[in-house]
Write a protein that binds this ligand. Sequence first.
Ligand SMILES: Nc1ncnc2c1ncn2[C@@H]1O[C@H](COP(=O)(O)OP(=O)(O)OP(=O)(O)O)[C@@H](O)[C@H]1O
Ligand SMILES: [Mg+2]
Length: 202
Amino acid sequence: MIITTASMKGGVAKTTTAIHLAAYLQLQGTTLLIDGDPNRSATRWAERGMEQDGLPFKVVGVNQAARYSRGIEHFVIDTEASAEEEEMKEIVDGCDVLVLPTTPDSLSLDALIQTVELLKKLKADKYCVLLTRIHPPPRREGEEAREFLEQMEFPLFKGKIREAVAFQKAANQGTIVKNVKDQRAKTAWKDYCDIGKEIYGG
Ligand SMILES: Nc1ncnc2c1ncn2[C@@H]1O[C@H](COP(=O)(O)OP(=O)(O)OP(=O)(O)O)[C@@H](O)[C@H]1O
Ligand SMILES: [Mg+2]
């Protein structure tokens, strides 16, 4: 299985999603995370964890990918925020499932609409929108965004990723959210496991 995370807008949780879906897939079979972002956020995340818990899978750059792919069952590819049609064409061709994370604010949703329009133009079919950083009730942005996206008939994961400081701690500590000392760590990890199940089963 090859999962890629992409968006036209920055900061919508592409890297956080790539890291945690790779951790989920690693439970099913050997997984490699390919860091396709020149910012190298996923690579730095992995490096920060070296002395502590660390990530349960290897993170490599695109130029190393061929060599480290031997014997690997699952791949997750993290990409940079980009609106390039040529780039999106390659991204779509290069994966089984394209995950489009979006936060529930109008700037992100506007960028998402543009992305989906481009994907429709490219006749891509295996993409799915993931709502991220959803604040708890009484705030309703998450539900409003879902209603809006359902109206647009965009493919959408049933699950969502809730806002949790534990994700920022995980990034700082170079580990996955499950290993962080935080009262919300367990539910945060479950949010990504639920998405992993929607994609892969297990
Ligand atoms: N569910 C969440 N709850 C709280 N904070 C989150 C959540 N998901 C991501 N974040 C935080 O949001 C910020 C952006 O996340 P991330 O780096 O994963 O986004 P990105 O789309 O990869 O960004 P870029 O476009 O810069 O690559 C980070 O500080 C991250 O820790
Ligand atoms: Mg990123």
